[in-house]
Ligand binder design. Sequence first.
Ligand code: GLC
Length: 711
Amino acid sequence: MEELDVRIEKILSQMTIDEKIGQLNQISSPLVPDEKVFEEIRKGNIGSFILSTTAQAGNDDADNVSANLLNELQRVAVEESRLGIPVIFGRDVIHGHNTVLPIALTAAASFDDALVKECYRNVAREAARDGVHWTFSPMVDLSRDPRWGRCVEGPGEDPYLGSKMARAMIEGFQGEDLAAEDSVAACAKHYLGYGASEGGRDYFKTEISEYTIRNFYLPAYKEAVDAGAQTVMAAFNEISGQPCSSSRYWLTDVLKKELGFDGFIVSDWGAIPQTICQGVAEDEKQAAELCFNAGLDMEMVSACYLKHLKELIEQGMVSEEQLDDSVRRILRVKLRLGLFEKPYIPKYSVDKDKHKRDARRLAGESIVLLKNKDNILPLNLESSITLAGPMVTDKVNVLGTWVLDGNPEDVTSVLEGIKGNYPKCDINYRDSAFEEEQLCVANYKGDITVLCLGETKMMTGEANSVSNIEISDRMINIVKNAYVKKKPIVALLFYARPIAIKEIEPYCDAIVWCGNLGTETGNAVADVLFGKVNPSGKLPVTLPYCTGQIPIYYNTTAASRAVNGYYDGYLNYHDCQAAPMYPFGFGLSYSDFDISFDLSNRKISLKELEEGKTLKIKIKVRNISETDGREVVQLYVKDVAASMARPIRELKQYKGVFVKANNEEELDFEVGYRELGFYNANGNFVVEKGKFEIFVGNDCYADKKTLLEVN
Ligand code: GLC
C-alpha cells in the first residue's frame, strides 16, 4: 500500500463517526474570531471553510478574511482538536487573485494553453500566499447559449478547446508539486451540463442525451481528471430529471469509477437541500441520504450531512463504508496538499510585475479583431483620437464577474493605456459612464473615433442571464451619434458574453471583441490598437447574428436538407440570415497568412489506429505580408458517415505559430484514434471505418481539406 494510503488508513482508524462526518462539512468562514466556530472546530465538526460569506460571491463585494484569523482557525484545528486534522480553506479564485486575468471565455480566445497555464501558476502563487488552499475553478462548462450569464466563466462551445483550457488552468493552479506551498487544489466545475440550462435561465433544468453529454459536456471533465484535478463541484442543474447533486450514475458510476477520479466532490452552495426544490427529496434528511448515496462527498454550507448522516447510518439508509470512502478522499487531498506538514500561511515573495506582464500578454492574445475595413488598424503612433463610450475610463467592469481579490485601482483603463503607452497621440475624450442619462456627446474633433462600448459586470456571471443579446440602444445611439461626424469608427466591445451587433456593424470601420480583459485592459488594448501586438485572438464561441438564432454553434450536425455552405439549411428563417455574424475560430490579423498542406487522399487501417499509428499532416504557414504575426492554425475533422450523426466539423487540433513577415513556418499535426473517435450510442469511444474529411485553416469555415479512408 502506498505511503499516502497508509497515512489515510491510520488517521481513519482513529476517527469517531462524528469526526468522519465533520470532515464532510464545509462552513462559511467567520470574518472575525468566533468562539462558537472555534468550539465546532475543536469537536471535529468542520473539515473546510469557504472564504466567502455570500451565496453569490461573484456578484457581491467579497469580504477578505485576515491571514491572522485563517492561521488562528487552523491553529485550533491542528492543536486543539482531538486528531489535529487541518481544515482546508476554499475560495473562488476564478480568473485571477490580485492580478486579474481575462475572464475564462475571453482568455479562451487566445488558444494559447501554455500562456494560460503560466498565468494560472501566477494566480496560484498570489492566492496561496493569502492562505487559499483550494480554488473553485476552473469552470469547464461547455455553453451554447450566450443568454446564460455564466457562459463567460467557461471556455466556450467546443469540447476540445475546453479540454485544453481546463488542463492548462488545473496544471497552473496545482503546479508540478501539490505539496508545494504555492500550489492550490483546483476544482473542475460545475459537473455537469450546467451550460445547457434551458433558455439560458440560471439554475434551470437541462435536457441532454447521454450521447451529447459524452461527446460535448463530459470531455473537459475527463481531461480535468486526467490532469489531476483534486476536486470536482457538482452542478445545480438536473439532467433530464436527475439533479446532478443526487445522481449516483454521474457522480459515482461515471466520474469516480469510469473516469477514475480519486479526489473529492463538493456540492455547490446549498445544492443539497435544493434537491427538495427540484422535487426529488421531501426534506433535508432525504436530501442528505440521496446526495450522499450518490457520491457527493463534501457539503458546502447547508449542514444537512452534519445534521442527518449519523442517524441515516444508524438506520441503515447510508453505509459507513461509503462514509469512509468520502473521508478517505478528503484526507487524500489534504495530505497531497501537505496541510499536515505545513498548515499555516506560507511566507514567500510574489513577483507582481511578472504577473502583470504575463496578464498583459494573455490579454493581448485574447483580443479578437472582427473587422478592419481598409486596414484602418493599427493606428498611427501620433493619431488624433476621439475616445467615447462608457468604458473609456472604466476600471471595475473590465475586470468582469467573479473578482473577489482584484483591486480596480490596479487596473489600467483604456484611456490610461493609450496615454501611457502612446503619449504622442492627441486624445480628446468624453466619458459617458453607465449611470449617465444623456447620450455620450463628444466633440469628435479627432481624426478617428474609438468607441469603448460594453456592459456592466453585473450583466454576466451567476444569476445574471438575459433574454436577448442584442447590443443596447444606448450603445447603438453612441455609434450613430459618432457616425454622423463622418470620422472612421473603431468599436471596442467590452462584452464578456457574445453580443449581437448587427445594429452597429455597418457603421463601424473596425470592430474588436475585447471581452473582459482584467487588470491589464488598457495596456493590452493600446498594444493591439497601435500594432505593438498583432491581434491573433480567435472566437471561442459563435457570435450570433441575432438572439433568435440561439442556439447556434459550429459543431452541430447538418440539417437533413442542407443545401450548401456551412449553415445553409434548406428551411431557414424568413427574417434572419442562416449564418452567424462571425463563426467559431474566426479572428483577423494585421498580417495575411496562407495555410497549405498536402491535399492528397490518405488511407489508414482501423487496426493501425488502434495500435496508435497516427496520420502526420505537415502544414505550411506563409506570412504573405510585411507584418510579423501569430496565426492560430486549426484542424477540423468530419466523420462523413457513422453509426450516429456526427458534427459538420469538430476541432481536433490547434497551434499558434509566430511567422515573421514574408516568411514561412511549418507545423506538424497528428491525427489518430483520439481525433477520429467518438462516443457511440452505447457510450463506447470508437473509431468507425469509412470516410473522413480533414480541414485545416484559421476558422471553422476552413475549406482546404484532405480525404481520409479508414479501412
Ligand atoms: C456559487 C457558484 C459556484 C461557486 C460557489 C461558491 O453558487 O455556483 O460556482 O464556486 O457558489 O461561491
